[in-house]
Design a protein around this ligand. Structure first.
Ligand SMILES: NC(=O)c1ccc[n+]([C@@H]2O[C@H](COP(=O)([O-])OP(=O)(O)OC[C@H]3O[C@@H](n4cnc5c(N)ncnc54)[C@H](OP(=O)(O)O)[C@@H]3O)[C@@H](O)[C@H]2O)c1
Length: 329
């Protein structure tokens, strides 16, 4: 496979290169791509150096697969150009996720819908991926009516600039700001820009993408997304109301049997998921699984994952692996 990594110098791009190497993805030629300012830079992959090229050069090289993580505008403008030369694009930005002709894929849930004709495939938002991975098997069994989610999101979700902001604030030096406010010692109830309804784009992604991936528009979702000065991953407090009643131990068992999920839920040993320990791991961690005693058929859980791994790079590469394994590229 000739693989282009678009955004190879960025936060997600760097983890993509790590994950490709770890999983021994069958690469015959790696094409690292970034903005004009990075063209000519050297990127190391499996002990060899590769030169960063620009988007036009990469299109002309006609890679088999292009893994995009270079922002929405780049994806909107360039994904179709790659698709036109026969490349399959797997895109990490929000540009194509809600496009009705583009599939939004979490491999454990809906990769089987992919065909050779899908030339642009969307990778869901990081906070959506970790939540739907836990919701999907529970929706199958008990049918979800409503989800209330509050997120505690890592600054790594905002890219290199945000990590630099926090480091500058730790050190007490002035620098470029990724957020409107200091993030060190703070919690900012704004992830991404506001929409007209008063919710942020990140909050509405949790609503729309969940319905699209679970293929059920009747699921009601409401979200509050908060940025916190954490680097290891995103955490989510998720309250789920089902149509049917459940047994908490059965829920634990279903999640335990779900590929990609690790249940960490033992109050005797104070075992529950935390971003410090999820960092660098591919799984989604679920714990604090308990009945919401304030109303019937309702569950509370705490879901944590490394947003750069399962929330971005790992999910993208799992899609690519599925395409290769099923002869779809
Ligand atoms: N961070 C996350 O957890 C996460 C999760 C899911 C999805 N995403 C999405 O992934 C994308 C990248 O996020 P990130 O956190 O990795 O950001 P980042 O650290 O700021 O990196 C951005 C990357 O895109 C490249 N780029 C920017 N403008 C470009 C252009 N006009 N042409 C070509 N390359 C360009 C940059 O190249 P230079 O170094 O040359 O500027 C860099 O490689 C975004 O769309 C984001 O929404 C991020």
């Amino acid at each position: 496979m000739r693989i282009a990594v678009v955004g190879a110098t960025g936060m997600v791009g760097e983890v993509m290169l790590q994950v490709l190497a770890e999983r021994n993805f069958p690469i015959t030629e790696l094409i690292p791509v970034a903005s004009e300012k990075s063209v000519g830079k050297q990127i190391e992959y499996k002990g060899k150096n590769y030169t960063v090229v620009g988007l036009q050069t990469a299109v002309e090289m006609k890679p088999d697969i292009a893994l995009f993580s270079a922002g929405g505008e780049t994806s909107l403008a360039w994904a179709p150009k790659f698709a036109e030369v026969g490349t399959t694009v797997i895109d990490n930005s929000s540009a194509w996720r809600m496009d009705e002709n583009t599939k939004l894929v979490v491999p454990e849930i809906n990769a089987s819908s992919l065909t050779k004709e899908d030339k642009i495939i969307a990778n869901p938002n990081c906070s959506t991926i970790q939540m739907v991975l836990a919701l999907a098997p529970l929706h199958d069994k008990y049918k979800i009516k409503r989800v209330i989610v509050s997120t505690y999101q890592s600054i790594t979700g905002t890219g290199v600039k945000a990590v630099e902001q926090l480091e500058n604030e730790y050190a007490g030096t002035k620098g470029e700001m990724a957020y409107k406010y200091q993030i060190h010692r703070n919690a900012i109830p704004q992830c991404d820009v506001f929409e007209e309804n008063g919710y942020t784009k990140e909050e509405m992604k949790l609503v729309r993408e969940t319905q699209k991936i679970l293929n059920d528009k009747t699921i009601a979702v409401t979200a509050t997304a908060v940025r916190v000065p954490i680097v290891g991953g995103h955490s989510e407090a998720v309250n789920v109301e089902f149509e049917n009643d459940f047994d908490v131990s059965e829920i634990r068992q279903i999640l335990h049997n779900t590929a990609g999920i690790t249940v960490q839920d033992n109050l005797d040993t104070f075992t529950y998921p935390m971003p410090l320990y999820a960092q660098g791991k591919d799984d989604v961690f679920v714990g604090r699984i308990r009945r919401d005693e304030s109303q019937p058929n309702t569950l509370n859980m705490w879901i944590v994952a490394d947003n750069l791994r399962k929330g971005a790079a790992t999910n993208t590469i799992q899609i690519a692996e599925y395409l290769v394994a099923n002869g779809l590229v």
